[in-house]
Design a protein around this ligand. Sequence first.
Ligand SMILES: Nc1ncnc2c1ncn2[C@@H]1O[C@H](COP(=O)(O)OP(=O)(O)O)[C@@H](O)[C@H]1O
Ligand SMILES: [Mg+2]
Length: 252
Amino acid sequence: MSEPFLAADGVTVRFGGLTAVDSVSVVADRGETVGIIGPNGAGKTTLFGALCGSVPAEGTVRVEGQDAGTWAPHRRARAGLTRTFQQRELFGSLTVRDNLLFATEAAALGQRPMRLARRHAYRQPDKADATIELLGLQGCAGMLAGSLPGGLARLVEIGRALCTDPALVLLDEPSSGLDNDETAQLVDRLRAAAAACGCGLLLVEHDMSVVNALCERLYVLDFGSCIASGPTAEVLASAEVREAYLGDLGAA
Ligand SMILES: Nc1ncnc2c1ncn2[C@@H]1O[C@H](COP(=O)(O)OP(=O)(O)O)[C@@H](O)[C@H]1O
Ligand SMILES: [Mg+2]
């Protein structure tokens, strides 16, 4: 049986005396949507950093069956492990379409780094336009990314990740700052995009409506440790999880 695309085992991150992530193991594969939930400060963003290689960590991270523990973030991204950030990271003075074109160019150049001089040749307009359609961004494709309201800007970030042909996209709180309508739209678009691309999604999310609508499985972090994992309904019904997290949110 082949290994899942991402298989991390015993991931531990220390900041001085603080163990922000404590021996956490995570697997995620193409075609599935997996959630990571937990209170603020539980270590979710730090875990993403460790998986992507931007935060030094102990433990093992395997990507497509290979030991990726020493790989720099760009090498993990080239292998298909792509992330979006909690803070917006768009090029605000470029149009939406140019943001996506740039992503196709960067991804293609990443496979052929010696071709920098002819970099525009690596732009893939078809892929950018297909992504615009997939995410329903046709109406704002020519607008500056910096001028977009939060919900659309979030979709453009996701579009940029999709333009790199990812196997697994890590999304850090994609619904943060969005209103109810924008969140419902995000859920629909994410579901459609993941189905069309065949990629997996690993998402850190606070909004239980998003978690329930999208995630098949969950991991729950609390004080850096994974206190529960399994199918979404089972995990959310667990007394320990409700006490650690859901109780303090007043969520169902
Ligand atoms: N660069 C850093 N240096 C020191 N402590 C950090 C750093 N990044 C995060 N932390 C701490 O690690 C813990 C986990 O943070 P974080 O991963 O951001 O949590 P979450 O994303 O679950 O809210 C917190 O106590 C936070 O203050
Ligand atoms: Mg965070």
